[in-house]
Ligand binder design. Structure first.
Ligand SMILES: [Zn+2]
Length: 233
């Protein structure tokens, strides 16, 4: 059996506090996050509420509350720590995206406005281009915890996007580590806010790769290099 790493349990418990402090969750057990250990395939994920830990806010949990599951969804950590009900979404994203090792499922104020009207968020700035890797798609609706929701969000994320909206619900922000998943979640909030303001005064002109590099350079680059450049630019 794969080894549970205390350092990763601690990292996820710490990230739960950060999640709260960055106001990406309104309270109770709204939203969640997870971290995959690429070495063992185990997933360290926030728990669902229990009698022992009712979760009045993600700032109230500690390392003792973190759930650990395998890629089949079996609990391999403390048996009393069941994963968040949204764990199917986390599993399907990890299955589809080998580049992703961290997921922040946010319930942020500004992105929820786009999720409410079920609209994509345009790629309106260099920050959105570099940190979200393009526009943010709003996934088709799926009920909380369902495989439908999981499939729809995987489709909306595609092969390389860093965020997608859950219709009428929130967002899934991803990255190779928790730092970058949080960065995507924060840039998503800023971008959503800016998009609403921009729509009030004019038409948004999306930023594309052609705005960043001359066409002849883009044509000379292979797709893999372009992908890496997007991430590191
Ligand atoms: Zn949610």
């Amino acid at each position: 059996m794969a080894t549970i790493k205390p350092a990763l349990v601690k990292e996820v418990a710490g990230a739960a506090i950060t999640f709260w402090e960055k106001k990406l969750t309104p309270g109770m057990d709204s939203g969640d996050l997870s971290l995959r250990d690429p070495e063992t395939g185990l997933i360290y994920i926030l728990p669902q509420p229990s009698e022992r830990q009712p979760i009045h806010g993600w700032n109230t949990i500690t390392a003792a509350d973190v759930a650990v599951i395998d890629m089949q969804g079996n609990v391999v950590g403390p048996t009393e720590n069941l994963p968040t009900v949204e764990y199917p979404m986390h599993l399907r994203i990890y299955e589809a995206r080998p580049d992703v090792n961290a997921i922040v499922h946010s319930h942020g104020v500004w992105s929820q406005i786009f999720a409410a009207v079920r609209q994509d968020i345009p790629c309106l700035s260099l920050d959105a281009y570099h940190f979200l890797l393009g526009e943010v798609k709003c996934a088709e609706f799926g009920r909380v915890g369902s495989e439908t929701l999981a499939k729809n969000i995987v489709d909306a994320l595609g092969n390389e996007r860093r965020a997608a909206l859950l219709a009428g619900h929130g967002a899934a922000c991803v990255g190779p580590n928790l730092y970058e998943a949080f960065l995507a979640a924060e840039v998503l909030e800023t971008t959503a806010k800016q998009a609403i303001c921009a729509k009030l005064i004019g038409d948004i002109v999306p930023v594309t790769l052609g705005d960043i590099l001359p066409e002849d350079i883009i044509k000379a680059m292979d797709p893999e290099t372009l992908k890496q450049m997007n991430i590191k630019f």
